[in-house]
Write a protein that binds this ligand. Structure first.
Ligand SMILES: [Fe+2]
Length: 376
């Protein structure tokens, strides 16, 4: 396939929009619905780049099937002229039929996928960076880190960014800084598995309480939102971080370039908490139609303004909020019967789920004074 470098840059108005897509888990029973919704989201949001952070397509025993599904995902980005940057989760290479390196080569073969210009290949398949040029294309204005947080360690616990990748990040960060007059290049990082330091930004409770969740590896410790440091969002499940830790978060703190690190993996968590000056953010799964939470899933948008790149804004868009009744009527008029089924499905299942969740939350807040959801 033709290799073509796509310029990633702030638009002429100085804006840059990222769509964070994660955990699409594409398999036979959800690929059509998930892709239909992702295409609708791309049409509405027109992002400059889609960053896809793993558990994208289940790694089938048959490599040709995995590739066929990847073709369909990448076709959505190609169709709308959206650049894509992909990394991997714990499931992408799980069967071993296609390694992460083989998968990276395959994703990179699409014109719309960003190209890795590193002379030395990254140590893991899905670790690289994407410089974002200024609107006049004269300088690197911002940077996106795409990190491979691995799959599992030898004991079967969830993985983390490897030691070699952490060292590569530190070296590359210094290189960007040196080429930027000695100033760290502001960045956002994207990966599948959340950093273990998320627990440092949550409140430890020794007893199980409403809206507290046991630590991934220490079941006697429970954690919940700490209103003093919670920025926004909902904590719905235990953050499933890696067991090992090769110092990724400390390295990011030391380098001072990363404003926020975005993860997926924990499908129902959508929150942002701050620790040591870095926002630790989790995004919802972007899949649909394969479990009872699917209408609550969606995607995250992150927006940057060239005039102040020390800050970003972000919002979560859930499938159930995406379609008004007029939208559904318009889809019907267009003759897209499948679209009507999907849009009305997520809307009406979402209405019931939202009602139940709201009643539960209000009741629990009145009785216990505790919340698991905070707004900006
Ligand atoms: Fe995962």
């Amino acid at each position: 396939m033709l290799q073509q470098e796509k310029t990633i840059k702030f638009d002429n108005n100085g804006q840059f929009r990222i769509m964070h897509i994660t955990d699409t888990h594409m398999e036979d029973d959800n690929i059509d619905a998930s892709l239909w919704l992702i295409e609708e989201a791309c049409k509405r949001e027109c992002p400059n780049i889609a960053i896809v952070t793993g558990d994208n397509v289940l790694n089938f025993d048959e490599p040709s099937k995995t590739k066929r599904y990847i073709d369909r995902l990448m076709e959505v980005f190609r169709k709308y002229g959206i650049a894509a940057a992909v990394t991997f989760g714990n499931h992408d290479s799980e069967t071993g039929a296609l390694s992460r390196e083989e998968l990276m080569l395959y994703y990179s073969s699409f014109d719309c996928h960003v190209k890795n210009s590193e002379e030395k290949k990254p140590f893991s398949g899905g670790t690289y960076n994407v410089p974002v040029l200024s609107s006049d294309e004269k300088s690197i204005k911002f940077n996106l880190w795409v990190f491979d947080s691995g799959d599992y360690d030898k004991e079967g616990h969830y993985g983390c960014m490897s030691k070699e990748d952490v060292l590569w990040y530190m070296k590359k960060s210094d290189e960007l800084k040196n080429n930027n007059g000695g100033h760290a290049v502001y960045s956002l990082a994207f990966q599948h598995i959340i950093v273990p330091e998320v627990y440092d930004a949550l409140k430890l409770t020794k007893k199980r309480k409403l809206y507290s969740f046991s630590h991934m590896y220490n079941k006697n410790d429970y954690y919940m939102f700490d209103p003093d440091v919670t920025n926004y969002g909902t904590l719905n499940e235990t953050p499933c971080c890696g067991y090992e830790n090769f110092g990724q978060f400390d390295a990011m703190v030391e380098k001072g370039d990363v404003l926020a690190v975005f993860s997926g993996h924990d499908h129902t968590n959508a929150f942002g908490v701050r620790h040591k000056g870095i926002d630790i953010v989790n995004s919802l799964s972007t899949r649909s139609q394969s479990d009872r939470f699917s209408s609550q899933y969606g995607y995250r948008i992150i927006e940057l303004d060239e005039n102040d790149i020390s800050e970003y804004t972000t919002r979560v868009e859930r499938w159930y909020n995406m379609f008004t009744l007029s939208d559904i009527k318009a889809i019907k008029r267009s003759g897209d019967k499948y679209g009507v089924k999907i849009a009305s499905g997520v809307k009406f299942r979402g209405l019931i789920q939202r009602f139940m969740t709201k009643v539960g939350r209000v009741f629990c807040h009145i009785v216990t004074g505790r919340k698991n959801t905070y707004k900006h």
